[in-house]
Design a binder for this molecule. Structure first.
Ligand code: NAD
Length: 264
């Protein structure tokens, strides 16, 4: 297998809640490839878990950053800038929608819930890219996490689907802005993986099983496979790719129709 060497590179991962997080899947791949790691966590409640995890990654830096708080974004990027002076890679693995907005009809989403979901799940990428830009140089790269509900209606995803559409469009516009400096940005569109965020979606396990059955590979994607795609897109191997949404979903999204076993 071809090895990616990221020795001397510095990577920031935002959105690791625990070992199952997709942010952690990408982080471990970056660290294995030799990158020096920094992480942000949403609040004190999550710091302990991240400390335990990063004990495996010597010299990791941890910063508190709730993306809805401008001062925390400023402080995290200022502190990181002081510590490192530069940044090569950023992973944005953050999303949130208030529970009532994902249980019922999209048409009933309240103004506050809609704004909250879009602010945390879509606007935050823009905010992060703007703070990171001064630290990134040619060859710098960002990755965010999206989902098929950006493109097609997935019942219950509701406002989160709309937020992912805005996220993928944001990736395209940011690719245009940052491309002039040789900085790339892409979205990893992952199939369902059993994380904390995913399990909070009503009916997730049922959907997870259905997708696994219907996908061309006959299974769901693994956390490891999501990590590999994140590593690839951040690395120079993906040097010509920007503004893109790349699927890692065992092929599920290419299917137009699912047949039952006995349909022939
Ligand atoms: P997760 O719960 O492990 O991670 C979500 C992270 O978002 C947490 O670390 C949480 O602290 C962070 N977060 C939420 N609100 C925040 C805020 N205000 N400020 C800072 N951080 C905040 O779940 P995950 O599934 O690993 O989610 C990571 C990304 O992957 C999300 O964008 C999610 O939509 C996306 N994704 C997940 C799946 C899946 O099936 N798990 C599939 C496709 C895409």
């Amino acid at each position: 297998m071809m090895q990616i060497d990221l020795t001397g590179k510095k990577a920031l991962v935002m959105g690791v809640a625990n070992r199952r997080s997709l942010g952690w899947a990408i982080a471990t791949k970056l660290a294995e490839a030799g990158a020096e790691m920094a992480f942000t966590y949403q609040g004190e409640r999550l710091r302990g878990e991240l400390e335990k995890l990063t004990a495996e990654l010597p010299n990791s830096r941890l910063y508190q950053c709730d993306v809805t708080v401008e001062e925390e974004l400023d402080a995290a990027f200022n502190d990181l800038g002081t510590a490192w002076g530069k940044l090569d890679y950023v992973v944005h693995a953050i999303a949130f929608a208030p529970r009532p907005a994902m249980d019922g009809r999209y048409i009933d989403t309240t103004r506050d819930d809609w704004i909250t979901a879009l602010e945390i799940s879509s606007y935050s990428l823009l905010a992060v890219a703007r703070k990171a830009e001064p630290l990134l140089d040619e060859g710098g790269s960002l990755v965010t996490l999206s989902y098929y509900a950006a493109e097609k209606v997935i019942p219950k995803y509701n406002v989160m689907g709309v937020a992912k559409s805005a996220l993928e469009s944001t990736v395209r516009y940011l690719a245009y802005d940052l491309g002039k400096k040789g900085i790339r940005i892409n979205a990893v569109s992952a199939g369902p993986v059993r994380t904390v965020a995913a399990r909070s979606i009503p009916g997730f396990i049922k959907m997870f099983n259905k997708v696994g059955d219907a996908a061309p590979l006959g299974r769901n994607v693994t956390q490891d496979e999501v990590g590999n795609l994140g590593l690839f897109l951040l690395s120079e191997l993906a040097g010509g790719i920007t503004g893109e949404t790349v699927y890692v979903d065992a092929g599920y999204h290419v299917m137009g129709m699912q047949l039952e076993e006995d349909d022939g």
